[in-house]
Design a protein around this ligand. Structure first.
Ligand code: MTE
Ligand code: LUZ
Ligand code: MOS
Length: 757
């Protein structure tokens, strides 16, 4: 089935927050944010700004009727700065005017006086100063001290990975207005409608039932709207409440890039120990997460880094410690992979280093250490269904990895100024929120008298195709044509207490809830038909062609069955509630079964480097991915390609810099390079691993949203291998993104001054 949104997207008819026809008298707001990364606010003068025609109000912390607090996990983040600022871009005031241009003009007239304090931008620097957002996390398995003594080889080093801008096409956006009784309706571009509702209620000092949040779809979220759509929704709601007008906030790209958090940069120390036979017997890592100025989702992201610190390998003795460091950057947040990619880059770096020192290919080490289904993860969960070996074997066979490697070697021996590189990247990613309580969802299904079906769930459509998948589930369970099924907006008054659509589990959780509701409706309809026909319910079947008795048509169409049930006063609405069974995790000992299942895959990447310029092309990415029993190949292949591109961008070109005062320098697309069509691989081939799929995945079709991002990590190591073949004296270092500039430096670093022929 094609994505149900594809036609309206292509025709430009899909509606985003800024496309909603405005109510009469709508006001527009812009955020005045801190020009300074750290300091004490000594004065704020808004008088000149307020004096402008068309400016309705300038709201600050003192206008908040409830709590000036938006921290989701830890209450450490004010909506508006109060007394001090902790990052450049921190909201200080909201300028509300009759139109956006007036608001922007007035914003320039606000004067703030800040007594500047030292700004910390690096995680290690914060660590040295003991500045933390939450307590460290530690995962231990086996006996690492004993294991070091058994190792034949031990390597230690450092590893850095950078931040990443979400660059959703639709920026942060909210539109809020009052209902007749002073309750507030917020239309928000958020992945977490309930988070918006709960936080807005607290900020406004209202019960949650007076806040309604409605989401049609997002022009991309990628994690950047799991938590960080909330402040703008709260601001719009606050202004609407204060001014009794409809208020809209749509962040300008420049404001969005300055103010919002990004993927967490990580710095790490690793130590890896191998046996003579290249089994990894010990792995120790210290991860320094650059959390920014407030916790946001950092503690949960830190957890996922720990969970994924051994990627797809079985390592009997581990000790991984992770620190969430507080810096003066915008609070970093969820981004596709949620701390997993950062940790996987570290273990892959350790393996690449070992391979280089031992003069072998990384692939030899990787292959020897893959998880098997008998193994346990370091957190105690059994790796039941581990398919990494199968993925790798199929990839090696189908993509002829030996031949590819040979071709690369031959090319490199024949070419002096162009070098190719090859690398393999395995992926293992756990599916479930690592906070158990979040693994729940609800769906509300109405069958209308004419047989058409309306479905509300907690899932938010952000381009990933979750709505299409839910249509498929509903159509299949009720045995109706997908054209009869409509997915309604995600609305907190229809489906409450939703978890954000995140952790790749939107389709699993909400799809299962919809399936439960639809199965109940299907039974009721079958019972009604059985009554009408004087048959047993077990003889009745709902089919695409109407009611069937023992496999034969009963001459009753779907519509007639629905009509009959309605006339019999049978309820044609149902709510389904799903909570993932069998998951649990004991935080005090860091052991348990946190995940419903894991997603596996392997990618083989080849690159081609221009050794004069340092520029490069990703030639080919060949993937075998375990989709389970894939329910929508078109959508899932799109997810693989999109995630891969984001991974490549993170690993190769998306680079942030801050000046020493903590001001972001890469704040627009002229200074922050994202992948474009020229950076896309020449070829992407993805073969689904033939697989039945786990029961906990919706229709046994595994979650797909985040895992393929990590295939992009392979590009880093393929580039590194190309550099090594040009410059044998280059000692691999791990400092992503590996931009062309960095490639060039490494092509010529400590190169012996030998003349080339
Ligand atoms: N695909 C598109 N087109 N746009 C997005 O914003 N977000 C990703 C992924 N794929 C995203 C996307 C992220 S971060 C997650 S967690 C999943 O989609 C969420 O959706 P799902 O749980 O339905 O897979
Ligand atoms: N969000 C979250 C996530 O709150 N918990 C998670 O485990 C998670 N994992 C991936 C992406 N978002
Ligand atoms: Mo995705 S980072 O779970 O929103």
């Amino acid at each position: 089935m094609k994505n149900i949104d594809s036609i309206s997207h292509v025709k430009g008819r899909s509606v985003y927050v800024d496309d909603i026809p405005e109510r009469a008298g709508t006001l527009h707001a812009v955020v005045f944010h801190s020009p300074c990364a750290h300091g004490i606010i000594k004065g704020l003068d808004v008088s000149e700004a307020l004096n402008n025609n068309g400016v309705h109000a300038i709201l600050t912390a003192s206008d908040i009727p409830g709590e000036n607090q938006i921290g989701g996990v830890i209450p450490d983040e004010p909506l508006f700065a109060d007394g001090k600022v902790e990052f450049a871009g921190q909201p200080v005031a909201l300028v509300v005017a009759s139109d956006e241009a007036t608001a922007r003009k007035a914003r320039r007239l606000i004067k703030i006086e800040v007594e500047e304090l030292e700004a910390v931008t690096g995680a290690r620097e914060a660590y040295k100063k003991s500045m933390f957002l939450s307590p460290p996390g530690i995962f231990i398995s086996g006996d690492i001290e004993k294991a070091w003594r058994e190792c034949e080889y031990i390597f230690e080093g450092q590893c850095e990975s950078g931040g990443q801008e979400h660059l959703y096409i639709e920026g942060q956006a909210s539109y809020a207005y009052l209902n007749e009784d002073g309750a507030i309706r917020i239309i928000s571009s958020t992945q977490g409608p309930t988070h918006v509702q709960k936080t807005a209620a607290a900020v406004l000092g209202l019960p949650m039932h007076r806040i309604e949040v409605d989401v049609t779809r997002l022009g991309g979220g990628f994690g950047g709207k799991e938590d960080q759509a909330t402040p703008y929704a709260c601001m719009a709601a606050l202004a609407a409440m204060r001014l009794k007008k409809a208020v809209k906030i749509v962040l300008h790209r420049l404001d969005d890039m300055i103010m919002t958090g990004k993927r967490h940069p990580y710095s790490a120390d690793y130590k890896i120990g191998l046996s003579a036979g290249l089994k990894i017997i010990a792995y120790q890592a210290r991860l320094y997460q650059n959390g920014g100025a407030a916790a946001d989702l950092s503690p949960a992201i830190l957890d996922r880094s720990l969970f994924h610190s051994t990627n797809a390998y079985y390592i009997p003795n581990t000790e991984v410690t992770a620190y969430s460091c507080k810096t003066n950057l915008p609070p970093n947040t969820a981004f596709r992979g949620f701390g997993g990619p950062q940790a996987m880059f570290v273990i892959e770096s350790a393996i690449a280093r070992a391979a280089h020192e031992l003069k072998t290919e990384a692939r030899t080490i990787q292959e020897r250490n893959f998880l098997s289904s008998k193994d346990h993860f370091q957190y105690g969960q059994k790796a039941a269904g581990a398919s990494i070996r199968k993925c790798y074997k199929l990839a090696a066979k189908e993509f002829q990895i030996e031949r590819l490697s040979k071709e690369v070697r031959e090319f490199n021996s024949k070419n002096g100024l162009r070098k190719k590189g090859i690398a393999m990247m395995p992926v293992c990613f756990g599916i479930s929120f690592t906070s158990k309580h979040m693994n729940q969802a609800r769906a509300l299904v109405h069958i209308y008298q004419d047989g058409s079906v309306g479905v509300s769930t907690g899932a938010v459509e952000m381009g990933q195709g979750v709505n299409t998948k839910i249509v498929q589930v509903v159509a299949k369970t009720l045995a109706v044509d997908p054209g009869l099924v409509r997915i309604e907006t995600t609305n907190t008054t229809r489906v409450s207490n939703t978890s954000p659509t995140a952790a790749s589990s939107g389709a699993d959780l909400n799809g299962k809830a919809a399936q439960i509701a639809c199965s109940r409706l299907a039974s009721r309809l079958k019972r009604a038909a059985a009554n009408k026909l004087g048959k047993e319910i077990r003889d009745i079947e709902l089919s695409g062609k109407g009611i069937r008795i023992n496999g034969k048509s009963a001459g009753i169409s779907w519509k007639e069955a629905v009509k009959y049930a309605y006339m019999q006063r049978i309820c044609l609405s149902e709510q389904g509630h799903y909570s993932t069974p069998g998951i649990d995790f004991n935080r005090s000992i860091s052991k348990g079964q946190p995940f419903a299942y894991h997603v596996y895959g392997a990618a083989i990447v080849t690159v081609n480097v221009d050794c004069i310029r340092g520029t490069y092309e990703v030639e080919r990415v060949n993937i075998v991915h375990d989709f389970g029993n894939c329910m929508n190949t078109l959508i899932d292949m799109g997810q693989v390609e999109g995630a891969l591109m984001q991974g490549i961008g993170w690993m190769t070109m998306e680079e942030f810099s801050w000046d020493k005062n903590g001001h972001i320098l890469s704040k627009s697309l002229s200074t922050y390079k994202v992948p474009d069509i020229y950076s896309a691989p020449g070829e992407v081939n993805c073969i689904p691993l033939p697989s039945k799929g786990p029961a906990k995945a919706i229709l046994k079709s595994k979650a797909v949203g985040e895992p393929p991002l990590m295939y992009g990590i392979g590009v880093y190591f393929a580039l590194q291998n190309a550099i090594i073949s040009f410059n044998p004296s280059y000692r691999p270092d791990f400092n992503a993104p590996l931009t062309p500039e960095k490639v060039l430096m490494r092509l010529y670093s400590s190169r012996p001054g030998k003349k080339r022929s």
